[in-house]
Design a protein around this ligand. Sequence first.
Ligand code: ATP
Length: 639
Amino acid sequence: MIAPGSTASDHIDRIMAWVDGAPAPTSPPPHGIIADSWKRCVLKHRLDPATVNAPNVLTPPELRDHVEPVGEFLGFARESLLGLHAQLAASGYVVLLADRDGVTIERFGSLPIEGRMARAGLERGAVWAEDCEGTNGVGTCLASGQPVLVHRFDHFAVRHTGLTCSVAPILGPVGELLAALDVSSLTAPAGGQFQSLVHGFVMSAARQIEDTWFLARTRENCVLALARSPEMAGIETDAMIAVDPAGTVVGINGGARKLFAGRDLIGVRLDAVLETSLDRLAAGTALVRQSGTERRWAISLRPPLAAQRLPSRRAPARSSAPARPTRHLPLDELAGGDPQMQAHVRRIRRFVDCDLPILMGGETGTGKEAFARAIHDASARAARPFVGINCAALPESLIESELFGYAEGAFTGARRDGMRGKLLQADGGTLFLDEIGDMPLAAQTRLLRVLAEREVIPLGGDRAIPLDLHVICASHHDLEALVASGAFRADLFYRLNGLRITLPPLRDRTDKAELIDRALELETAGLAATPRLTPEARSLLLDHDWPGNIRQLRTVVRAAVIGCEDGLIRCDDLPLAMPRFAGATSPACPAACPEAERLQAILRSHKWCVADAARSLNVSRMTLYRRMAKFGVVPPNQL
Ligand SMILES: Nc1ncnc2c1ncn2[C@@H]1O[C@H](COP(=O)(O)OP(=O)(O)OP(=O)(O)O)[C@@H](O)[C@H]1O
């Protein structure tokens, strides 16, 4: 809920008035979950909305205590998290997975506005429990057990009112709360339509994670998959029920929870739920009546998998969204009909097996990672691993252990048997270092040594392990400028700067029409009927300036495919009013004149406290606000 023109004190007054039961008539009412949470924050947790404290972030050993018990679950969830990240990253969202204590155990998202995000606590290890942070997406979802959208002034603490969070709970097979899936942004627009779309993506990814985990956890049981009709069996499953050999229900998925709302099915005999028994259900599909109703379900039985191959972690689970393509696009398809891309591909093909490091530039979403993988697939290393790591997405404290691994007992809290880092995982294949410009200097020094000596010594280890790698790096930062400012080591830059490729932004590509057709083809893969674009919708796509590049194009097309009716995508189906992505081409502050920079520097030095900054300049607060407005200087939490 937005409180237009709210200030911190308006916000606090509004919360207190609601808790006291005396809301101002002009104050928009918070919706039920938020109102309940505000009351809990004040009356139960005794929190103060005005408190300003740093985000509560666990130390690496503390974080490991939360990650290790759910390591297997995380492995099954990762594919869906990456899919969600691919859908939303161009719109400025980060994807977080929190455990049931509210601790962020996984995060995906490159952070063009790192400082602000970090301050907002959107990092691994950050604790978002409601009793610490007040009303917030993760904490309130976990406290209420409900999906929530917490937009800006819905938050309890003033310091979180810049955030917009869409969150869905993830439940296990017996209804236990496992985690909360969150997407958060500091730049989300107020538009209800856009936020509903984002919320839909989050709900769909949460159901996908639940179903993947459900199938993994119930692999030793029979699983009944219920579909509305025999034609839908095996294509779209409405509910899944796991049953033990005695015919007792031992697990249900989210679809079954919804279908049998209010009924606790765990421990109930199958024939009390459906008019059938395991003996009567053959391996094929049977039409069965739901007990006590006239409703019939087409049921297919999955026998226990214990004796069979375990389901692949990558196996796609049911989703309301169209299946995403799993194939990796080869170089020629990525190049399409664009002469600049075709020239890049010709050059790459000449050098593909020379192991010359490749440094890729290009704005976010131009396809750098897709291109790196295609180079790997076209090389003699294709059968060996391709391992990618996003240097911006890892906290500084973890990046070295992720990359180089660590030896047995290297530090307190380390896994007893040590850990193979990404470099060793990529041995013989290709290592893709995304956002290399965000690599901390200490890790740069270590990486330089590894590349020079072609061997790695895990942290805390004393034995060098030989390594054979092709390294491809990408960055949307100007690396030369980082070298000049001392933030990036010159010697590492020269070592990585073998072959230089800059991918063109979508707005400059001459094959936009072909890219639109491919996006439509990829986003409708597996669908019975492929929606068509009206000529007007096609022109709109061709003329848009695509700040989020191909990733945004794919997201927009995907949303249109889900939302369109009667097989035609019209202009209204294209969610193009997305916020501009704060990437390489869009400065964080609209004003870059010297006065704006001076004001920003002063405000930053006073932690954006306008009163303190005004005092140091010997002007009134109102004068400083007027100057900020004149030069377009906006406090980070209001961007
Ligand atoms: N030519 C193409 N045709 C269709 N889809 C593409 C093409 N190029 C890239 N994509 C898709 O666009 C999305 C973004 O690509 P990718 O992640 O490689 O971009 P990136 O430049 O590495 O982004 P970032 O800088 O944010 O890491 C991916 O889903 C990718 O599969």
